[in-house]
Ligand binder design. Structure first.
Ligand code: ADP
Length: 490
């Protein structure tokens, strides 16, 4: 009898210590443990659950599970599981167990706590539900970090989208994962079209490279690319920042060309100045040394000296004009004048030069051409430039026509030659500083005349342009506004 009692006590001690053991395990767990009754009421909680939710054990024991598990949205209602409605536990009952799903627990003060939830349904041998064990791990920190990452990616996307430089995210396989609108316009495409395509340019972090991009419209754009490694949608990718430097390159090229033209100009202007100076010096010396006794020949030499000094004077005037134009000191002084007179006087001054080349200059100007308000000296300068070019670029025995007429509210003047003409590629540059068409360089000139003429005409509010065909001749036209001074001249 005594032995039986001892055995019974031993068994009871073993059960108690097993319970204590289990209790110790549950208490020492850092995860939250909740055991629910088959009806869905809280039967057991561990200390971690109380700490997580801010309840004392006695406050939640016996409470329905809905008190601490937040309702899940879009849960289907099922009549028989009405006790667990909304908590998502019904799903657990259906499946028997679930592992590592995200759920939300509700703390005493109403705070929503994201948890990683696992649970299993305990059933007896007959399959009847005995209880439900719920384990949950607080993932607030992980969630916060994920959200921070998501929002920093969203921020990055926003900043990139608005960036003035083209930005392209390229993955390790060289495929475009994202392109901003600026990148789209650099490639002449919609940015969405670029996504998913192979980028096609070698990419290396830290490098600064220049890309020649052939756009969809076949135009070429030049971009400066910098590459940095970045995370995109959790992957290691490359962020290629593309600055459109097409315009900068064009301007640099233009400046280089201008520089080249300037140095060419310096050498040609020295030559242009020296040639008349040589002849002036030579002829003067001959006369001074008494080597030209014949007064007729003397007069011829003196005429040449006179012409050459005039030419020299004109060259120097052009240089002064250019420097005035560049420094913004170029001015025109308008007065009422007869354009017909100016044209006639200029044509007359070219008679001897033209006759040397057996060239005829015709005037086709109506007697009733109105007077205008203009700077007479400057308009004369334009006429001299156009006429000297017309004669210079005409072949011997040719003819030049000067036309004047009223065209609407403007006066139109044209200098028409039947000379060598101007090649297509030279036309657009004619009115630029120092420009001289390649084929005509041997005929001399500083490449300033048309540039200055254009400035003069535009300062009057007029326009100047050219039409030409190689081998057939050129027509230079300019307009001057008639303005209020415009009136018929008898
Ligand atoms: P330049 O003093 O060199 O003549 P311009 O500015 O007057 O300078 O002319 C620039 C260039 O335009 C000339 O060098 C020449 O190549 C071309 N050009 C000007 N007028 C004519 C013309 N009537 N026929 C053919 N080429 C012309």
């Amino acid at each position: 009898m005594k032995a039986k009692v001892t055995e019974h006590k031993k068994l009871r001690d073993e059960i108690i210590s097993a319970q204590e053991y289990a209790g110790n395990i549950i208490r020492s767990m850092t995860e939250s443990l909740i055991v629910l009754s088959p009806e869905g009421n809280i039967e057991t909680v561990n200390a971690a659950t109380c700490a997580l939710l801010g309840y004392e054990e006695k406050e939640i024991i016996g409470q329905p599970v809905g008190k601490i598990v937040a309702e899940e949205e879009e849960e289907e209602e099922e009549e028989e599981e009405v006790l667990f409605k909304g908590s998502g536990i019904e799903d657990l009952i259906k499946k028997g167990s679930i592992r590592n799903v995200e759920k939300t627990y509700l703390s005493k003060d109403g705070t929503k706590i994201p948890v990683l939830f696992s649970g299993s349904v305990m059933r007896d041998d007959d399959g009847k539900i005995q209880g439900i064990v719920c384990l949950a791990q607080d993932i607030t920190e992980r969630k916060r970090a994920e959200e921070a990452l998501q929002s920093s990616e969203a921020n990055l996307r926003r900043v990139i989208t608005k960036n003035a430089d083209g930005i392209i995210i390229v993955d390790q396989d060289g495929v475009v994962r994202f392109a901003n609108p600026a990148a789209g316009s650099l490639f002449g495409r919609k940015e969405e079209e670029l996504t998913g395509e192979v980028f096609g340019f070698p990419i290396e972090a830290g490098e600064k490279t220049e890309l020649d991009i052939v756009r969809k419209d076949r135009e070429t754009a030049i971009a400066e690319m910098r590459v940095a490694e970045t995370k995109w949608e959790g992957e290691t990718t490359y962020l290629a920042s593309l600055r459109d430097i097409t315009e900068r390159k064009r301007v640099e090229e233009e400046l280089r060309e201008l520089d080249r033209m300037k140095s060419e100009f310096i050498s040609s202007i020295s030559h242009e100045l020296r040639t008349p100076l040589h002849s002036i010096k030579g002829f003067t010396k001959l006369i001074l040394q008494g080597k030209v006794p014949d007064p007729g020949i003397q007069k011829e030499f003196l005429t040449t000296i006179d012409k050459q000094s005039e030419h020299l004077g004109r060259l120097i005037d052009s240089l002064l004009d250019m420097s005035r134009l560049e420094s913004g000191r170029f001015q025109i002084q308008k007065q009422r004048l007869s354009i017909k007179d100016i044209i006639h006087e200029t044509v007359e001054s070219f008679y001897s030069l033209a006759s040397e080349k057996d060239t005829v200059i015709d005037e086709d100007i109506p007697a009733t051409l109105p007077e205008i308000e203009a700077d007479g000296e400057r308009v004369r300068q334009v006429m001299i430039n156009l006429l000297s070019n017309a004669v210079k670029f005409s072949n011997d025995g040719s003819s030049v026509t000067v036309k004047g007429e009223v065209n609407g509210s403007e006066l139109l003047v044209q200098v028409i030659d039947r000379g060598i003409g101007i090649p297509e590629e030279a036309m657009q540059h004619l009115f630029e500083r120092f420009y001289r068409a390649k084929d005509t360089m041997a005929r001399g000139g500083a490449g300033l005349g048309l540039y200055i003429s254009k400035q003069i005409i535009e300062a009057h509010g007029g326009r100047i342009w050219v039409r030409s065909k190689v081998g057939e001749g050129s027509t230079f036209s300019f307009t001057l506004p008639l303005g209020q001074a415009g009136g018929s001249r008898e």
